[in-house]
Design a protein around this ligand. Structure first.
Ligand code: ZN
Length: 434
């Protein structure tokens, strides 16, 4: 479909740009390491990635050392982040072959750590700290004495005042320049008259699979929320596009981390008529069992304690991905739910009700399926937005649904019905959707 093709071209440009940037600061693959000839063969490309084969922590609450075993030397940058206390290590894309569950428990100054792709060509390791600490030392060692090449990070306990001071003096790289640049590239392509696609009057729907890359979301055994919701989002896109009545843009189509504000930004800059965020919830075992799908809209006051817990959990995505929250633009985050948003809110609520009506005919719903809370990803003031928790990965029955293709097809079908009903009414009562 033409609109999708256009989007892919734009996105392709953005990805290339981000990848190029990632390599720019890693020095780029050397001529000897560059894939020769068949660059598109995925196996060959993966074989070229540096491999991380082991990771360990040593030390105590005063001094803690992290060691990552590699198959070659790599470039890296390490920097601290505050509130919550974290240390981020940015490296080129690495094939992590670490033991399952590693990093779930920490040692010394490290409460836990996680790792993964954070943008095309770039991986990241994020350490959650037990308190303020400084990077006393960080380096990459050559292979020696039977030891492989290693990345070593030494952390030292400091007081909060010196921690805050170290933040101010950090001239750290951020995920943002790459993403901002990618966005700028998209914007530049879009505003160049020659590159503008022919005006397409069809309403634009943004589908937002939650989490991605370094942020796994909730999980149950091998099943990760980020993977389940991506598969669902792609299926929903295919179904919605089938009718030819809508344009669809995905916030992500692969396992990449996307900060929350960037998801909102995609909806706003593309002039979306509807934003649908897809997630799956989990309940801690001590809190019992819960099941079924829930549809959330934005509210400055959570509709109940569970909605508040969930919004807090989902809003942590940026902290998990190592985004510097203090630098986040407040433009969207601070917007109050005021008069200007009332219309958007009414549309969001209307869509949520239509969605419930359609979904409950085919899908097991939560006993209280319409809720609201302060989800950051729903804060576009001018785009009707809902967040759907498809079910609980912590519930056996729900998990069986979430991994089942026939369940997915049924659910995607009822969502598409709700989207049709929403726009049919909107066109009839409010003129064109935009
Ligand atoms: Zn989620």
């Amino acid at each position: 479909m033409e609109s999708r093709a256009n989007h892919r071209i734009l996105l392709g440009g953005a990805l290339l740009c981000a990848a190029a940037l990632a390599f720019a600061w890693t020095g780029g693959p050397s001529a000897a390491e560059s894939p020769q000839g068949n660059q598109s063969a995925p196996a060959a490309a993966i074989a070229k990635l540096p491999v991380a084969s082991g990771a360990r922590l040593a030390g105590d609450g005063k001094q803690t050392r992290f060691i990552l075993d590699l198959d070659r030397k790599i470039e890296f940058r390490a920097f601290p982040l505050g509130d919550p206390y974290r240390v981020v290590v940015d490296i080129p894309q690495v094939d992590f072959q670490l033991d399952a569950g590693i990093g779930a428990t920490g040692r010394g100054l490290v409460k836990a750590f996680r790792y993964g792709l954070v943008m095309p060509g770039g991986s990241r390791i994020v350490f959650d700290l037990t308190g303020p600490a400084k990077i006393a030392n960080s380096y990459v060692l050559d292979a020696a004495n039977g030891q492989p090449p290693r990345l070593v990070l030494d952390l030292e306990e400091v007081d909060r005042a010196s921690f805050v001071q170290s933040l101010a003096s950090q001239n750290r790289p951020e995920l943002k320049p790459a993403i901002a640049d990618a966005n700028a590239a998209v914007a530049a392509t879009e505003t160049t008259p020659a590159a503008l696609p022919p005006a397409d009057p069809r309403p634009l729907i943004v589908i937002d699979p939650g989490h991605g890359g370094i942020d796994n979301g909730t999980q149950s055994g091998e099943q990760l929320e980020k993977t389940l919701v991506l598969a669902f989002g792609l299926a929903l896109r295919d179904r919605v596009e089938q009718s030819g009545k809508y344009r669809v843009v995905m916030t992500r189509t692969d396992d990449t981390f996307i900060p929350l504000n960037d998801r909102v930004k995609i909806a706003r800059t593309q002039g979306a008529a509807l934003f649908v965020s897809i997630h799956a919830d989990a309940l801690p075992r001590r809190e019992g069992d819960a099941q079924g799908a829930t549809i959330y809209t934005l509210s400055d006051k959570a509709s109940d304690a569970e909605a508040e817990r969930l919004a807090d959990a989902e809003n942590k995505a940026d902290a998990i991905g190592g985004v510097n929250l203090t630098d986040e633009p407040t433009e969207v985050a601070d917007i109050l739910i005021d008069l200007a948003q009332r219309e958007t809110k009414a549309f969001s609520n209307r869509f949520a009700r239509l969605l419930m009506k359609e979904m409950k005919t085919t899908v097991r719903m939560h006993k209280n399926p319409l809720k609201s809370a302060g989800f950051r990803v729903l804060k576009a003031p001018d785009v009707p937005s809902v967040l759907v928790e498809l079910g609980y990965v912590s519930n056996k029955g729900d998990l069986e649904h979430l991994v089942s293709e026939s369940w997915r097809n049924k659910t995607v079908g009822s969502m598409a019905e709700a989207i049709d009903a929403f726009f049919a009414k909107r066109m009839a009562t409010a003129g064109p959707a935009n």
